[in-house]
Design a protein around this ligand. Structure first.
Ligand code: TXE
Length: 497
């Protein structure tokens, strides 16, 4: 069976790249299968998409927000009705097991409902004036063409987290999805179009970062960029966009700590750590990558985590038995295996895993074993750098203060967690941890769409996706003063007799 060819989606039409170039994406669990052929776009293709989005802006921004929201709500129902098919597409393109792929789709449905209902809120602000017979308010307005650049690890959820708030605010969109997992973006947009989204309001451009992503960042008619990906690329995007004073929202790397105090429920911790360290093969920006455990309970806890990690069923995500899928591509696998070598050179002990898996059909995919390093010191690179694979580093500490200090002593600050039954310790950690998200007695993953999502330090640049804050990236505040006194009233002048 020949693979589907996906063309760029510009102004409501499927259009091949002008240079006629394409690239193929193979299933990371079985690289013999081509899952799709995509356009290798360049600056000219991006320009065509931006022009279509710009042309669609006046009409779309004029549609009343509740009607924009209704399209999103209808799209939520369509996505729901195709959840199984879309989950399979997602598993085939990026590797995560079907049950996790379903979660990715559910996040998109949730965001379509949440952003859709925002069409009837999108609250502004009114405040009393300091002068009589004067009214004042602040309202949100759409900005224009929004450029979205997404990664491969949550192919439908991240596209939805960015696209749907942008749309409900009245912007039009050009999206450049991650080159390893673009099908889910097409699936999402297909539902929006069927739900009634007019042509040109969302446009898809596929291709690689420098060729297709960068022209979008640099395009003068794209005033807003929302990016999720690596810190290195995010920094470049920020620098390029700064030259044109663009608004940029960055969602970057993490090195998320999970702290365990001696009074924690050890069984609960084991389950949470295994889920958060090895779920999505460790390729979540919120994955637990550092287990910071009190020395008193480290031995028995780590032994149980290792036993469970060894028993995880690694395989093709389409197989219902699979608990952990492959890495997304060969580069990512090599990168993670490089960190395994580095950890050993640095003096950490390989508690389990560390190797590539090649038995039987696994030889055709990018599979590796769930890995636990023990005896890790906070200064080691494996304890400081984002690995983005199924690798957990165990660091032992002697107190809560030391645990929080170690947790904070990295460049990133996305998600952090503490397991304890001591309310005082929980509150001290909650306030002391330098991260955008904190979990108490739950692991570092599991964000819900109606709370702000994002991180501090090198994880981002201060913006928050999801939650009510999602509107801030995609709308411009306008303050309006209405003086109905019929006379000149001078604000900030000393009017008091
Ligand atoms: O990321 P990139 P990659 C981290 C993780 C991973 C590493 C590399 O550590 O190992 O990044 O992954 C586009 N101008 N995360 O290579 O390069 C690119 O085409 C404009 C964490 O996939 O950042 C893709 O669409 N765009 C992260 C997107 O940027 C450019 C999720 C991300 O690619 C560009 C993914 C350029 N010059 C990776 N270069 C998270 N926070 O969850 C690339 N892109």
């Amino acid at each position: 069976m020949s693979a589907t060819v996906y063309k760029n989606f510009i102004g409501g039409e499927s259009i091949a790249s002008r240079a006629g170039k394409t690239f193929e994406r193979r299933n990371p669990a079985d690289t013999r299968e081509v899952v799709g052929v995509f356009q290798e776009s360049d600056a000219e293709d991006v320009d065509a998409a931006v022009r279509a989005a710009k042309a669609a802006f006046p009409a779309w921004s004029g549609v009343p927000a509740p009607q924009r929201g209704e399209i999103l709500l209808r799209a939520a129902e369509i996505i729901q009705s195709r959840k199984d098919r879309y989950s399979r597409d997602l598993t085939r393109e990026m590797g995560k097991p079907l049950f996790e792929a379903g979660g990715d789709i559910v996040e998109a449905i949730g965001m379509a409902q949440y952003a859709g209902s925002e069409g009837r809120r999108m609250h502004g602000v009114t405040t009393p004036s300091e002068l009589p017979n004067k009214f004042q308010m602040s309202i949100r307005q759409p900005i224009g063409v929004v450029g979205l650049i997404t990664p491969w690890n949550f192919p439908m959820a991240i596209a939805a987290w960015k696209m749907l708030p942008a749309l409900v605010c009245g912007n039009t969109v050009v999206i450049k999805p991650g080159e390893d997992a673009a099908i889910s973006t097409y699936n999402l947009v297909e539902c929006l179009v069927e739900a009634g989204l007019p042509p040109g309001v969302v446009n898809i451009i596929t291709g690689h970062g420098p060729g297709a992503g960068q022209p979008l960042v640099e395009h003068p008619d794209v005033p807003v960029i929302s990016f999720t990906g690596s810190t290195a690329t995010g920094r470049l995007v920020y620098e390029l966009a700064a030259r044109q004073l663009k608004r940029v929202s960055l969602e970057l790397g993490g090195k998320n700590p999970l702290i365990v105090m001696p009074d924690a429920d050890i069984d609960l911790v084991m389950q949470g750590v295994v889920w958060a360290a090895f779920g999505t093969t460790g390729q979540r920006c919120t994955a637990t990558s550092r287990l910071i455990v009190h020395r008193e309970v480290a031995g028995p806890l780590v032994a149980r985590i290792i036993a469970r990690a060894r028993s995880l069923r690694v395989g093709n995500g389409l197989d219902a038995e699979t608990e952990m899928g492959p890495l997304v591509n060969a580069t990512q696998l090599e990168r993670v295996l490089g960190y395994i070598e580095l950890g050993q050179q640095e003096g950490a002990t390989l508690g389990c895993g560390g190797g590539r898996l090649r038995d039987g059909d696994l030889a055709h995919g990018h599979f590796m074993q769930p890995t636990v390093f023990t005896g890790v010191r906070p200064t080691m690179r494996i304890a400081r750098e984002e690995i983005f694979g199924p690798v957990l580093s165990v660091i032992e500490v002697d107190s809560l203060d030391e645990a929080v200090a170690v947790a904070n002593d990295v460049a990133y600050g996305l998600s952090a967690s503490i397991y304890t039954r001591d309310i005082n310790a929980a509150f001290r950690a909650m306030l002391g941890l330098q991260s955008g998200i904190v979990y108490i007695n739950a692991p570092t993953i599991g964000a819900e769409i109606h709370l702000p999502f994002g991180g501090v330090k090198a994880t981002g640049n201060g913006h928050r996706e999801a939650g009510p804050t999602m509107l801030d990236v995609f709308s411009e505040w306008k303050s309006v003063y209405i003086d109905y006194s019929g006379s000149l009233q001078r604000a900030q002048i000393d009017n008091i007799a």
